[in-house]
Design a protein around this ligand. Structure first.
Ligand code: NAP
Length: 359
């Protein structure tokens, strides 16, 4: 079986290795990974691999190397688990590899959890596999969009819900950093579509992606990173940051100071500009972790209502994205390696959505 490994201490370095397929124990299922998506989010999994534990999902065979998780679709090709038969198709979290062996636990009609011991302490949203045949709304034609956009737009919806849940923290404007990222665009779209009154929506982006963000027509204002200190209004604000760029964070905090009601770190798409920022004006940045808001809503609304609301928001956003998103397909782990390298280098266009076809 082939796997794509990333050097944990230099995430630019990759290698494709051949390892024996592990034998199945009683209760195990072998999944053949069919198609998976790659976005800046997967680079973040590598950058935060040690800090947040993303390396722990799919341990690599070589010391010092890790396997970056991806979202995608797979098919059962061998099963020693009652109730799960070969040819069943699932959606979930996979290694950049040809195969994954899971040990289904909590098997329900619509999903199961991987019960492998090394995953038991990791957040449950990453361990669930959706059994697609049991999902009445599942549309095979939307599978690539599901792989690329569902994990991002589910987060967009949770950020939007978090803002509503907290009455926008009293802000008059919401600033989104790395506004051309799919996750930020989802939040911008949801805020834009929300019935008035709502705070002004400001997209912060690089000059190369400014035109793209403006063309979406979902921001009240688009400001490039180098104009933050002049163009951002000094009114009560919330900053939601997908970039992790320390200089951008300093510029926002310096411009807004105590007008900032919340500074929330969601991503590090500018992974090579990320560094700790001490002595910032205004509130201390807080990390946003989507699974925490999902858990809160599951307790308040129930798991099924939370799932339905998230799915509805995702589907609506995915349909709206079809006007600007181009799905680009590559074949095999060599194409995954090249796409991952382009995402690390930041040379991809915001309109690109990458799919790796492992068939
Ligand atoms: N915490 C969570 O639960 C969660 C969930 C989903 C996503 N996220 C995070 O949100 C961020 C965006 O993810 P995504 O998958 O939505 O991204 P994406 O669509 O692939 O983002 C593309 C955009 O990110 C910026 N970018 C990407 N790579 C860059 C690089 N190497 N150098 C400089 N800029 C770069 C550029 O935006 P600009 O020019 O506009 O800056 C680019 O247009 C990631 O860090 C991801 O991990 C977090």
């Amino acid at each position: 079986m082939q796997q794509l490994l990333v050097n944990k201490s230099d995430i630019k370095q990759t290698k494709i290795v051949e390892t024996p397929s592990p034998p199945l124990a009683a209760g195990d299922v072998r999944l053949k990974i069919d198609r998976f998506a790659l976005t800046a989010n997967n680079v973040t999994y590598a950058v935060a691999g040690d800090m947040i534990g993303y390396w722990k999902f799919f341990p690599a065979p070589d010391e010092g190397w890790g396997i970056v998780p991806v979202w995608g679709h797979a098919e059962v090709i061998e099963s020693k688990c009652d109730g799960i038969e070969p040819s069943e198709r699932v959606y979930g979290y996979f290694p950049m590899a040809e195969e994954l062996v899971v040990q289904p636990a909590r098997v329900r009609a619509h999903a199961f959890t991987d019960g492998m011991a090394h995953r038991s302490a990791l957040p449950s949203v990453y361990n669930a596999y959706v059994r697609l045949a049991a999902i009445p709304t599942h549309d095979p034609a939307l599978e690539d969009l599901q792989a690329i956009l569902y994990p991002l737009f589910a987060t967009s919806y949770m950020i939007y819900d978090y803002l509503l849940d907290n009455e926008y923290f009293g802000a008059e404007q919401i600033l989104l950093g790395s506004a051309s990222s799919k996750t930020a665009l989802g939040v911008l779209q949801l805020l834009h579509d929300h019935a008035a009154p709502h705070p002004a929506v400001i997209g912060l982006t690089s000059s190369r992606n400014e035109a793209f963000v403006k063309e979406r027509n979902i921001c009240d204002q688009v400001v490039t990173y180098d104009n933050i200190s002049n163009d951002v209004s000094q009114v009560p604000s919330v900053y939601i940051d997908m970039s992790g760029n320390a200089d951008v964070r300093i510029a926002v905090h310096t411009r807004l100071g105590d007008q900032l009601r919340l500074s929330s770190s969601v991503g590090i798409s500018h992974w090579d500009k990320f560094r700790p920022t001490e002595g910032l004006q205004g509130p201390k940045p807080k990390m946003f972790f989507a699974p925490a808001q999902i858990k809160k809503r599951q307790e308040e609304w129930g798991a099924s209502v939370t799932q339905t609301k998230t799915m509805d928001a995702w589907r609506d956003l995915a349909i709206k994205s079809e006007s600007w998103l181009t799905v680009k397909e590559g074949r095999g782990l060599a194409s995954a390696r090249d796409t991952y390298a382009a995402l690390v280098a930041g040379t991809t266009a915001p309109t690109d959505g990458f799919i790796v076809n492992m068939a």
